[in-house]
Design a protein around this ligand. Structure first.
Ligand code: CA
Length: 228
């Protein structure tokens, strides 16, 4: 169950979303203008914001800008009738996590709500939006990696593993450390799952992305030579 702020000035749509989310067990609050929405969203009392772009007093872009510029990282799903690529890009660059063109079926919105709540649960506590080590960049919002500017899609586990490697770049991490951080404690210590996933990362990011340190584990990132 989550606390969800619905910023929507059209009563009919606000009530449609409210009813659907309440039926899923979520608690909702509605704001009918952007200034109220921003105030409420900044309170830190919400797990997710569903944000209409066309709002009175302050539009959705203004609300997003206010939120992100004040460091609020609450996930935001933008609703808009302006179903164009330019608007999508503007919303996402403004710090929205997802985008839902109107009209939509409730199931479509619900799928996005579930996804964003799940991702928020295991979002890193770091306030950084991206990690960068050598030629590899990892966007912590979109969970997409880039190698030499080439986009690499990652599975959830690959993302977690790569994030752990990049946060600890240059350090050797043992299989046990990797297992417990990425797979949790419910694992078989004799499992070769770490080696398998390191293999996946090498295939996606280049064979040299992760070094094997014999008898110790794995190391990501520059070796002494490139670091000086
Ligand atoms: Ca509106």
């Amino acid at each position: 169950m989550a606390r969800i702020l619905i910023a929507e000035d059209e009563t009919r749509i606000a009530s449609f979303i409210t009813k659907g989310l309440a039926a899923e067990g979520h608690t909702t609050t509605t704001a009918a203008d952007g200034v109220t929405a921003l105030d409420l969203a900044l309170s830190g009392e919400f797990d997710l914001v569903v944000l209409d772009i066309g709002l009175p007093r302050l539009d959705g872009y203004g609300v997003l800008d206010g939120l992100r510029s004040q460091g609020a990282r609450v996930p935001v799903i933008v609703l808009t009738a302006r179903d164009s690529v330019a608007d999508t890009v503007q919303a996402l660059e403004g710090g929205a996590d997802d985008y839902m063109p109107k009209p939509f079926r409730f199931a479509e919105l619900l799928a996005r709500v579930r996804l964003r709540l799940r991702q928020a649960d295991d979002r890193p506590t770091s306030r950084e939006d991206a990690l960068e080590v050598g030629q590899v960049r990892l966007d912590l919002r979109s969970r997409v990696a880039q190698r030499d500017g080439r986009t690499v899609e990652l599975s959830a586990r690959e993302f977690q593993l790569l994030e752990l490697f990049m946060v600890n770049a240059g350090q050797v991490l043992s299989r046990e450390q990797l297992l417990s951080h990425v797979w949790g404690y419910d694992y078989d210590p004799g499992s070769n799952v770490v080696d398998v996933y390191v293999g996946y990362l090498r295939r996606k990011l280049g064979a040299d992305a992760v070094a094997t340190v014999r008898g110790m584990g794995y190391r990501f990132g520059p070796t002494g030579g490139t670091r000086g």
